[in-house]
Write a protein that binds this ligand. Structure first.
Ligand code: 8LF
Length: 228
């Protein structure tokens, strides 16, 4: 039975500061690193052992993957890094905290964005300190200037269809270390969650979600791996 493990990166520095991070490349905190290592220990203790890994081009997800694989004794598995697993791009909100967002855009606009599926935040302004167009890891990639959740899902699913699903069909136990919104895309697809409901689904950091799938990659069982 194909098995898929999803893990959201451990706490990052901007999670701690409650800032919109998106594509900006912040590291995990010591707490986040510990979360990732503990998740790997849990995978080992429960015998849920990945044979192939996927992650984004962002440090917090890559480090989470490596720490979890190290703790599981599986640092040797092949890993594929794909920009399409990056976090949602928050455009001009990148770097803002809750107070700055409300001050700049108003509480009512925040309420609209918070529950919206297809409304993107304002674009990242040209020349912004958070502009990643010249970052060598994105050479040849059209870096978005902002994304709605719908936009994020639309670029995650091709990565699923082209790489992850075929690996599962080939019998691999796949681990995907990624981000809140890119993992929402996979959970939405696998669990048939509506556009309205997916905006309310929170994915906890550093806690592995395990999917047992049938041969058509339909969900048979979904559970959070825990100590108990
Ligand atoms: C950095 C930050 C700002 C606002 C909050 S909140 O307490 O208002 N809650 C909140 C706010 C938002 C969001 C959210 O989930 C949330 O809980 C969003 O998902 C969102 C998506 C695209 C643009 C804007 C938002 C958004 O403002 C939390 C954290």
């Amino acid at each position: 039975m194909p098995r898929l493990i999803l893990i959201r990166h451990g706490q990052s520095q901007w999670n701690l500061e409650n800032r919109f991070t998106g594509w900006w490349d912040v590291d995990v905190t010591e707490k986040g690193a510990a979360e990732a290592f503990a998740a790997g220990k849990l995978l080992k203790d429960k015998g849920v052992l990945p044979t192939l890994a996927f992650t984004s081009l962002q440090t917090r997800a890559i480090k989470t993957l490596h720490l979890a694989l190290e703790a599981a004794g599986r640092l040797w598995v092949q890993e594929d890094k794909d920009w399409r697993l990056n976090e949602r791009h928050y455009g001009g909100l990148t770097g803002l905290d809750k107070a700055e967002t409300a001050a700049k855009h108003g509480e009512d606009q925040v309420k609209v964005w918070r529950r919206s599926f297809d409304v993107p935040p304002p674009v990242l302004e040209a020349g912004s300190e958070f502009d990643l167009a010249s970052d060598p890891r994105y050479a040849g990639i059209a870096v978005p200037s902002t994304e709605s959740l719908k936009d994020t899902i639309a670029r995650v699913l091709p990565c699923w269809e082209e790489k992850i699903a075929p690996a599962l069909r080939a019998g691999e136990t796949v681990i995907v270390s990624a981000h809140g919104n890119s993992l929402r895309a996979l959970v939405k697809h696998l669990s048939g969650i509506s556009d309205e409901d997916i905006t309310g689904l929170e994915i906890p950091t550093g806690q592995p979600i395990v999917y047992e799938l049938d041969d058509n990659l339909a969900e048979v069982e979904r559970y959070y791996l825990s100590e108990r």
